[in-house]
Design a binder for this molecule. Structure first.
Ligand SMILES: NC(=O)c1ccc[n+]([C@@H]2O[C@H](COP(=O)([O-])OP(=O)(O)OC[C@H]3O[C@@H](n4cnc5c(N)ncnc54)[C@H](OP(=O)(O)O)[C@@H]3O)[C@@H](O)[C@H]2O)c1
Length: 259
């Protein structure tokens, strides 16, 4: 599962993993990722804060695909429990896809300490603690994959969501370092940077249709990229050059953009 497999322009894919842990399985993209893996032949460990929603998804997976689906309580902000959460995973899954995230309200005023802390913990700190615990077990085993769903918002801080964006920037940098750290152990790390996706998180926002993906489309791309050993993907693909241009804008101009 390490490295990118390319043959004559075609990506070679590793077989579907036997068992995948989904953190944030109640997210719209997470549900679609779980179903995509189950249809490919994987069993699932579905982790999140809402047991009923997880059970509903597990039942759907069993009914539609015949695969095994187990549910686990997980809260990204309860960090002192993360080592124990990972220690009891038996069998240890082949890999993890982490979709936990919270955009927060658009700042009508500069956010207070509790709001800042919550957004940084949910989008970065609590993900680094749980993924590090998984990384240690994968490293010892000498195999595994870690897929982190970051965001284009982490490529440059914007006025409208800079706390979320800075947490995503931290997550992107964390995944980059983790990839280098785990590469010698044969553990693959994939960073996913979606642009706009039509989900609960973006409900009510006006999104440009050509740059806006469905959760199912993102899920197919994530599973394909993981199985092909890709390292960093943007979805939709047009976001890669768009973000290169946005990163290149001079600060004197960028600070005047109200977005
Ligand atoms: N939608 C977009 O346009 C977009 C763009 C770029 C990146 N992303 C990223 O894609 C990922 C999935 O988002 P989505 O669009 O599918 O949104 P979503 O449906 O709102 O999903 C957010 C997920 O995060 C979970 N979560 C929030 N706080 C948590 C906590 N403290 N502990 C555990 N789980 C927690 C939510 O759990 P509950 O169900 O319990 O609330 C939910 O499963 C996120 O990381 C998001 O930042 C989305």
């Amino acid at each position: 599962m390490t490295g990118r497999h390319a043959t004559g322009g075609h990506e070679r894919r590793a077989p579907a993993p036997e068992r995948v842990l989904i953190l944030g399985a109640t997210s719209d993209i997470g549900r679609a990722v779980a179903l995509e893996y189950a249809r490919a032949g994987s069993d699932l460990e579905l982790a999140g804060r809402r047991p009923e929603a997880l059970e509903e998804l597990a039942a759907r997976i069993r009914a539609e695909t015949g695969r095994e689906a187990r549910t686990l309580y997980f809260d990204a902000r309860e960090m002192e429990g993360h080592d124990a959460f990972v220690a009891v995973l038996d069998p240890l899954p082949d890999g993890v896809v982490c979709l936990v995230g919270e955009l927060g309200q658009p700042p009508h005023e500069v956010a207070d300490a509790a709001t800042v802390r919550n957004l940084l913990d949910t989008n970065f700190v609590g993900l680094a603690t749980v993924l590090n615990a998984l990384a240690r077990r994968f490293e010892r085993r000498g195999s595994g994959f870690i897929v982190g769903v970051s965001s284009v918002a982490g490529d440059r801080g914007r006025a409208s969501n800079y706390i979320y964006g800075s947490a995503k920037a931290g997550l992107t940098a964390y995944l980059s370092g983790l990839r280098a750290r785990l590469h010698p152990a044969g553990v693959h790390v994939l960073t996913v940077k979606p642009g706009f996706v039509r989900t609960r998180m973006t409900a009510g926002l006006r999104l440009p249709p050509l740059l806006t993906a469905t959760p199912e489309e993102v899920a197919r791309r994530i599973v394909r990229a993981q199985r092909a050993g890709r390292e960093v993907i943007y979805h939709r693909r047009a976001w890669r050059p768009i973000m290169a241009c946005i990163r290149a804008l001079p600060e004197a101009l960028f600070k005047r953009l109200r977005w």
